[in-house]
Ligand binder design. Sequence first.
Ligand SMILES: NC(=O)c1ccc[n+]([C@@H]2O[C@H](COP(=O)([O-])OP(=O)(O)OC[C@H]3O[C@@H](n4cnc5c(N)ncnc54)[C@H](O)[C@@H]3O)[C@@H](O)[C@H]2O)c1
Length: 342
Amino acid sequence: MAGTSSSTDVTDKQAARGGRRTIVTGGAGFLGSHLAARLLAQGDEVLALDNLVTGSEANLEPLRDHPRFRFVRHDVTVPWKGSAERVFNLACCASPKHYQSDPEKTVRTCMEGSLNMLRLAHRTDARIFQASTSEVYGEPEVHPQKESYRGSVSPIGPRACYDEGKRCAEALFFDYHRVHGTDIKVARIFNTYGPQMQLDDGRVVSNFIVQALRNEPITIYGDGSQTRSFCYVDDLIDGILALVDSPRGITGPMNLGNPVEITVLDLATRIIALTGSRSRLVRRPIPVDDPTRRCPDIGLAKETLGWSPRVPLEEGLRRTAEWFERKLRDGRQVPEITSAVA
Ligand SMILES: NC(=O)c1ccc[n+]([C@@H]2O[C@H](COP(=O)([O-])OP(=O)(O)OC[C@H]3O[C@@H](n4cnc5c(N)ncnc54)[C@H](O)[C@@H]3O)[C@@H](O)[C@H]2O)c1
């Protein structure tokens, strides 16, 4: 399934097999692997590019023998010389634990990775999607967050490599659109969860579920009153595809997420009840710059795309917990979880 990094003819071979030639960067990650599966199901030729820093070939296992699918291990900070009709730029570690472990690389992935993919899109006249983030709003002073809100981000804190990297990527996308007329689509994704998250990647839903299933203490940062809004992965992929299929003039940035807000403490309590866990809650100091409130205003996506999430939190958590239960039953060695930051 995996090829070498600098292959230039992969997309030409795809073209020979028919189907819309699509590149998904970060294709072995949580969202990228779900997106690749959906694109294949709708008839596209999919090339997944990923350096596997947080992604995993296991996520692509169900796709590996598909005749219209190809995976190449490739780092997006290195230009990709192939062509495409559509590019989905998802490459970037999304969990604070991972993006903070190599902040310089995070900035480079956001900036150089986006630039390389924008150059490819410009060169081959492709439509290009950017997976931006609610983190561009930082510690928000308005609630819920609308796209017109410009954000309150610390440029020097430990989250800045990601938050500012993603803000810079947005700037590059809109400059390419203004200067070169590049056909861009930018979504600001709010917390999304579901099967195929890494067991130990430090995101709050996956960590709470795994801790609950193992009856381990569940770590709450601060008093747990900080809020998040959690979107089930299938809903998010519907939103991404609706945005990318929308008319050319619709560029975003557009919020995609679930506007139902819940405290982190309430989330932990629900997961304990759902899994019948004996886990107790343990408190830790709140990390620097951890946002206190996070909730999307999705009015623009509703009005423009007719999109809104459909999977209720209880249902999404149930599906996710079942998936993690099966994964843990596989008996794979999984590192102990030490932190959970949304
Ligand atoms: N899941 C969410 O809640 C969420 C929220 C906001 C934004 N996003 C964005 O969506 C995208 C996907 O997030 P995810 O949740 O699937 O995270 P993930 O960590 O599971 O996936 C990211 C993928 O990118 C790959 N990657 C990282 N750096 C790379 C590089 N330099 N070259 C090639 N591949 C690289 C990783 O190996 C991984 O497979 C990210 O850009 C993230 O910022 C996700």
